[in-house]
Design a protein around this ligand. Structure first.
Ligand code: BDR
Ligand code: CA
Length: 314
């Protein structure tokens, strides 16, 4: 089955790997990249999205720029120690020749979904302000998208930027609360599964060999990202978080999911925490089962996912 997608992203080393998949996979029609701040500021994210597309020979893919900061809270500084100040491991990058789409990311999403109702899947792998803004422009989007897949959150795994919060949810919890409770067909691909996947140097060598000019950027940025994983997490390799959203879309049989009700903590010490109430389970208050049903990933075969990523790009 093929998928027509808009890929919403903050590239970002692991975003770049996922963008390479979106640009290359024969079962993906990439309708556009929409950008957000997150791993970098939004101008850098847009620059990187244009660059990665051009290096893949896909300068035809529209890139629309979106959120420069969170909806409510102040923006945290970008994590330059993880992704590099340029988002791609501080490696030297070639010049970009193309220009971005003049529309905002939210307008691009609204226009694209309305042009093909029922056909477009939104895959978001950064803070989700662009999706929240699109819903504000057109609340009817919930009935018109085919699917929404979000890399973010954590059900039982704990957080990666606070003890309870995953980065994309933490960066804009108000947008996340809006998007995760919108009542559209949504799957959350969070740390419970992305932490089961480790992309090693051996995988990256195969990817580099298969990706031409883009491969040099993927491999160079990987080196920087891997150093972070080694130093801070003691892992020899990196978690390809954002590629997991595409792996779920294309190879759902590699994942175990469960239906339930999601909400996101927007204030206080637990801001950005995703709360999951399994469908049918009673709690002391009904509030936990009042948000619309969504699907969450709980387990995966990490080796198989990483092999799928590698084989797609090699
Ligand atoms: C998510 O946060 C970002 O740093 C990564 O690109 C990924 O989208 C993982 O928590
Ligand atoms: Ca990301």
């Amino acid at each position: 089955m093929s998928h027509s997608i808009i890929f919403d992203t903050d590239p970002g080393v692991d975003d770049a790997q996922a963008i390479a998949i979106a640009l290359r996979h024969p079962e993906i029609e990439l309708l556009g990249l929409t950008t957000t701040y997150g791993n970098v500021d939004v101008e850098t994210a847009t620059h990187n999205a244009l660059l990665l597309s051009e290096l893949a020979g896909r300068g035809d893919v529209p890139v629309a720029q979106g959120a420069a900061g969170p909806m409510v809270k102040p923006r945290y500084p970008a994590p330059a120690h993880i992704h590099g100040a340029n988002g791609l491991g501080n490696i030297d990058l070639p010049a970009v020749t193309g220009c971005r789409d003049p529309r905002s990311a939210a307008q691009f999403i609204v226009d694209t979904v309305n042009a093909r109702p029922g056909e477009v899947t939104l895959v978001a792998v950064g803070p989700v302000g662009n999706l929240a803004a699109a819903l504000q422009l057109d609340p009817g989007l919930t009935e018109k998208v085919r699917q929404v897949v979000i890399m973010g959150g954590s059900i039982g795994e704990g957080g990666n930027v606070t003890p309870v919060a995953e980065a994309n949810m933490f960066n804009d919890p108000h947008a996340a609360q809006r998007v995760l409770t919108a009542g559209w067909p949504l799957t959350l691909v969070g740390l419970d599964v992305t932490h089961r996947c480790v992309l090693t140097q051996e995988h990256m060598s195969r990817i580099e060999a298969g990706q031409g000019e883009l491969g040099k950027v993927l491999a160079g940025s990987y080196d920087f990202y891997r150093d972070f994983y080694r130093e801070f997490l003691g892992i020899d390799g990196c978690c390809p978080h954002d590629s997991c959203a595409l792996a779920w879309l294309l190879r759902p049989e590699l994942f175990t999911t469960a239906p339930g009700h999601l909400s996101v903590v927007t204030e206080g010490a637990a801001e950005g925490q995703t709360i999951f109430a399994p469908e049918g389970r009673g709690f002391i208050q009904e509030r936990w089962s009042q948000t619309p049903l969504a699907e969450v990933c709980l387990e995966t075969d990490g080796d198989a996912v990483v092999e799928w990523i590698t084989a797609t790009l090699a």
